[in-house]
Design a protein. Structure first.
Length: 103
């Protein structure tokens, strides 16, 4: 039986392997979701699920520790502002749980 965590990790690797890490992709996805929601083609529940999937990826992606409850709340708040069109997509470096890697 595959857990939700295992599924999310597999999705992370699949997304990484096709190169969907770029901010341009994120900006396009967010704008598409906003346009579809505003046109009544995507429900708010669907947008919530999309934000949840993105939040899960941010919480478990590489170069990050597992996000604490407070850090996950920060992720969710930022995603809510992005999907509301209230905040520009900026650097993830400003999120407190991002860590540097030793190369």
């Amino acid at each position: 039986m595959t857990t939700a965590y295992d599924k999310q990790k597999r999705l992370h690797h699949d997304v990484t392997n096709v190169g969907l890490r770029a901010q341009a992709t994120a900006v396009g996805l967010i704008q598409l979701c906003i346009e579809l929601r505003d046109a009544g083609m995507v429900s708010e529940d669907a947008i919530t699920r999309i934000k949840g999937a993105i939040g899960d990826e941010l919480a478990i992606g590489p170069y990050r520790r597992t996000a604490s409850r407070e850090q996950r709340s920060e992720i969710d708040d930022r995603l809510n502002r992005l999907f509301a069109g209230e905040q520009k997509v900026g650097s993830a470096e400003s999120l407190s749980f991002v860590t540097e890697t030793d190369d």
